[in-house]
Design a protein around this ligand. Structure first.
Ligand code: SUO
Ligand code: CP
Length: 317
């Protein structure tokens, strides 16, 4: 694996998921050898709580040195090719990525979409520029269109709580006051396509995701119908893809409530966090023992550990 930016970078996603579960069970001293004398640099162009801490923790657990760099602490980066850099951008990604590569064995990058220019966001240009100019593997810490470490952690969580039958997994849109990226939803669909689950995406009309992610997935516009018999209910807001970046609905109709969860097959609630209580999800659902949101955030460490280990394999160098 050269980089970890989507499920398509992974030769055998099932094996990676199983390796993450195996790493979770290893004694701490066995883990420490995996990344000894290696350095991980995490670069945050946008805020984070879980990704920042769980990926650092994964690095530390694997015996790595970890450095975190926040945008705003350094020079403002230019990502366009050929621009006359006489504005506020002091350093080109061409130099920045090459320089960081001298200090790091793996570079992690978090970069959210601007949600103004769909074509630009869906080119995932900032992540791709880092991949182009870095001389070491790049791991996505959530890019404009995908969040693969989250999806891998979600898959671990589903695997750990899987019923005997093939589970029905519902990805349900929910309301939010702010325009949010489509990355978590896009990525979740992509990873669930390689997991052995029955996936339905529930969203109001007008909230279709990008065709490359949506195609081939069952879609339901009636949320209650979608929830019928669900084993896992993954809740996430995303802003409109078609009316790009817009919040078209902000009424509580799509909020997940105990009454809606009662339609499921003792369904487990999932959310990547951060979550707005009583907007996306009623307190009584997230505070219920069947909610898996904290198991998901715990599994972020193990997803990151497995991805980092795979990127450290000698064939990458
Ligand atoms: N990394 C997990 C989710 C990050 C981001 N959520 C947010 O920005 C929420 C912010 C707020 O609630 O105001 C998203 O949806 O992609
Ligand atoms: N779920 C997730 O990626 O959380 P952060 O944005 O806090 O990293």
């Amino acid at each position: 694996m050269k980089h970890f930016t989507s499920v398509h970078d992974v030769d055998d996603p099932q094996a990676l998921m199983e390796r993450a579960l195996a790493l979770k069970k290893l004694p701490p001293e066995a883990l420490l050898e995996i990344g000894r004398h290696k350095t991980l640099v995490l670069l945050f162009l946008n805020p984070s709580l879980r990704t920042r801490l769980s990926t650092q923790k994964a690095g530390f657990s694997l015996g790595m040195q970890v450095m975190v760099h926040n945008a705003g602490q350094g020079w403002q980066l230019e990502f366009e090719e050929g621009n006359i850099m006489n504005g506020d951008k002091a350093e080109h990604v061409k130099e920045a990525a090459a320089v960081i590569s001298q200090y790091a064995d793996i570079i992690g990058v978090r970069t959210f979409p601007g949600l103004k220019d769909r074509a630009a966001d869906y080119q995932d240009a900032i992540l791709k520029q880092f991949m182009r100019y870095a001389t070491v593997p790049v791991v996505s810490l959530e890019s404009a269109i995908r969040h693969p470490l989250q999806s891998l952690a979600d898959w671990l969580t589903i695997t750990e709580h899987r019923p005997a039958h093939r589970p029905k997994v519902v990805l349900s849109w929910a309301p939010h006051p702010r325009p949010l990226p489509q990355a978590v939803a896009n990525s979740f669909i992509e990873w669930m396509k390689v997991a052995d689950v029955d996936l339905t995406v529930a969203h109001p009309e007008g909230y279709e995701l990008a065709p490359e992610f949506h195609e081939g997935t069952a879609v339901e516009h009636d949320q209650r119908k979608a929830l019928d018999g669900a084993d896992f209910v993954y809740v996430k807001n995303w802003s409109s893809y078609h009316d790009y970046g817009q919040v078209k609905i902000n009424s509580p109709e799509w909020m997940i409530t105990p009454e809606k969860m009662s339609l499921t097959r003792e369904g487990r609630f999932m959310h990547c966090l951060p979550v707005r209580r009583n907007v996306v999800i009623a307190d009584a659902v997230i505070d219920h023992p069947r909610s898996l949101h904290l198991q998901q955030s715990h599994n972020r460490t193990w997803a990151a550990a497995a991805a980092i280990e795979a990127l450290l394999q000698p064939q990458n160098h």
